[in-house]
Design a protein around this ligand. Structure first.
Ligand code: LLP
Length: 415
C-alpha cells in the first residue's frame, strides 16, 4: 500500500510513477486509493460501536473521484461553499450527511443548502443566525442549525491555520454562546440540532482537541439545563500528519482523546477530518527542467511551481522531495532549492535538500494529497496540473490537464 520503491523505481500501489509521468505528463498530482481508504478506516475503526459520522472536509481535496470514493465508504462531508455542495452532489454524496461551515455564507448558498436537504448549517455569528432564519421562513421550512463555538483553546499550530482562538474570525464567542442559543431556540424557523467547534489544522497533539471537546460538552450540559438538547456534537477536524520531523500520534489516539470526553453522552459524534484522510495519500509529480548552480545556492528548476503547490510559499511548509529513480549508493548528491518557473521568490517547493538530480529526472513531492490541487491557481497563466488516482493497479486520469485556451476561455475583449 502507498508510496514505496520497487527495484529502485518509486511506485504508488505498485504502479511506477515513471509510467504515470509518461502517460499523463507532469506536473501531475497522484493519489493512492488504498491510502485514502486506509486513512478513512483508521477513523471508522476507532469509532466502531459509537454513533458517529465522519464528515470528510471537502476543502482538503475535492476531486470528484476522491469524494465518490469516500462517499462509497460511508463518509459524510464538511463543506464551506455552494461549489463544494455541488461537487458532493455530482460525486453522488448524500446531502443528508452534509454539514455546511464557514463564516460568510450568502443568502443564495443558504437557500441552496436548505433546498438540498443538508444535515446542518453551522452558524458562525448572530448576523448569520438572523439570515438563516429569514431564508428558512421564505422557504417555509425549519433550518437545521448548530452554532460553531469558538472555545478559545490554543491549537499550537501555524497561526494561519489556527482557528479556535478569541482573535480568530471563526465561531461565536464562548461567553456569548448561552445567550445566542436561547435566542435561536425562540426562532420558529431554526431547529438547533447540534453544536460544534474546530480549533485549527495540523494538530500534532490530541490535548487541545480534548480540552476544546470538554469545554463544549460542559456548555452543552449547561444548555440542557435550559431545555436545549442537541442531536450531535461536531468536534471539527485538524488531525495532523507527518510531513517532516513532527510526530503526531496515530488517528486512533486523537479519536480516543475525544471519546474520553464523550463517555455517557447520547449525542452523535461528528468529526470532520480532511488532511488526515487525503494528505499522505497524494504526491505531486514533477520533472527537473534545469540544474542551475548559483553563487550561494544551487537550484533544481522543476516544472511544478507555487501555483501548483502553494503550501511551501504560503506557510513555509516542509514537504519531503524524493527521486522517482532511487539514488545509487554513493551518488553525487548536491544541496538544492527545488524551485518552479513562477516569477516570485516564494516560488519554491523545498529548500536546501540533498539530492542527486539531473535535467529530465522525476521528483515526487510528498504529502501533497491535501491542500495541494485545491489551492492551485493559474498564476503566470499556467494551466492547472492533471490529477491521477491509482487503484487496483490502474492509474485513472481523474482530472485532465487544463489546456492553454481554457486559460482565457471566459474572457472577452470589448469592441
Ligand atoms: N472543519 C472545519 C470547520 C475546517 O475549517 C477545516 C479546515 C477542517 C474541518 C479540516 O481540517 P483538517 O482536518 O484538514 O486539518 N490550507 C491549510 C489548511 C487549512 C484548513 C482550513 N480548515 C494547509 O494547507 O495547511
Amino acid at each position: 500500500m502507498g508510496f514505496a520503491y520497487r527495484d529502485g523505481a518509486f511506485c504508488v500501489d505498485g504502479v511506477p510513477l515513471e509510467s504515470i509521468a509518461q502517460q499523463f505528463g507532469t506536473p501531475c498530482y497522484v493519489y493512492s486509493r488504498a491510502g485514502i481508504e486506509h486513512n478513512f478506516r483508521e477513523f471508522s475503526n476507532a469509532l466502531a460501536g459509537r454513533d458517529a459520522l465522519i464528515a470528510y472536509s471537502v476543502k482538503a481535496n475535492s476531486n470528484l473521484a476522491v469524494l465518490a470514493l469516500l462517499s462509497g465508504l460511508g463518509a459524510g462531508f464538511d463543506i464551506v461553499s455552494a461549489g463544494e455542495l455541488a461537487r458532493v452532489q455530482a460525486a453522488g454524496g448524500d446531502p443528508r450527511k452534509v454539514l455546511f461551515s464557514g463564516v460568510g455564507k450568502t443568502a443564495s448558498e443558504i437557500r441552496l443548502a436548505l433546498q438540498s436537504g443538508v444535515r446542518c448549517l453551522n452558524i458562525e455569528s448572530a448576523a448569520e443566525m438572523e439570515r438563516v432564519d429569514v431564508v428558512a421562513r421564505e422557504l417555509g421550512c425549519r433550518a437545521p442549525v448548530a452554532f460553531r463555538v469558538n472555545p478559545d483553546v490554543d491549537a499550537q499550530t501555524h497561526p494561519y491555520i489556527s482557528t479556535g482562538l478569541k482573535q480568530n474570525k471563526f465561531g461565536i464567542a464562548y461567553a456569548e454562546a448561552e445567550a445566542l442559543h436561547r435566542e435561536a431556540a425562540l426562532k420558529r424557523n431554526l431547529e438547533l440540532v447540534g453544536i460544534g467547534f474546530h480549533i485549527g489544522s495540523q494538530l500534532v497533539d490530541p490535548a487541545p482537541l480534548a480540552a476544546a471537546t470538554s469545554r463544549i460538552t460542559r456548555l452543552a450540559d449547561r444548555l440542557a439545563g435550559s431545555g436545549i438538547a442537541f442531536a450531535h456534537i461536531d468536534v471539527g477536524g485538524g488531525i495532523g500528519i507527518r510531513y517532516h520531523d513532527e510526530s503526531p500520534p496515530p488517528i486512533a489516539e486523537f479519536v480516543s482523546a475525544v471519546l474520553r470526553e464523550f463517555v455517557g453522552r447520547r449525542e452523535t459524534l461528528i468529526i470532520d477530518p480532511g488532511r488526515a484522510i487525503a494528505g499522505d495519500a497524494g504526491i505531486l509529480l514533477t520533472r527537473v527542467e534545469y540544474v542551475k548552480p548559483g553563487e550561494t545556492r544551487n537550484f533544481l528548476v522543476v516544472d511544478a511551481a507555487m501555483n501548483d503547490l502553494l503550501r511551501p510559499g504560503l506557510y513555509d511548509a516542509w514537504h519531503e522531495v524524493l527521486p522517482v529513480r532511487e539514488a545509487d549508493a554513493g551518488a553525487a548528491e548536491g544541496t538544492y532549492d527545488v524551485v518552479g518557473p513562477v516569477c516570485e521568490s516564494a516560488d519554491f517547493l523545498a529548500l536546501g535538500r540533498r539530492l542527486d538530480a539531473r535535467s529530465g529526472d522525476l521528483l515526487a513531492v510528498m504529502g501533497a494529497g491535501a491542500y495541494g490541487m485545491v489551492m492551485s491557481s493559474n498564476y503566470n497563466s499556467r494551466p492547472r496540473a492533471a490529477e491521477v488516482l491509482v487503484g487496483g493497479g490502474i492509474a485513472h486520469l481523474v482530472r485532465r490537464r487544463e489546456s492553454t485556451d481554457e486559460l482565457y476561455a471566459l474572457e472577452t475583449i470589448p469592441k
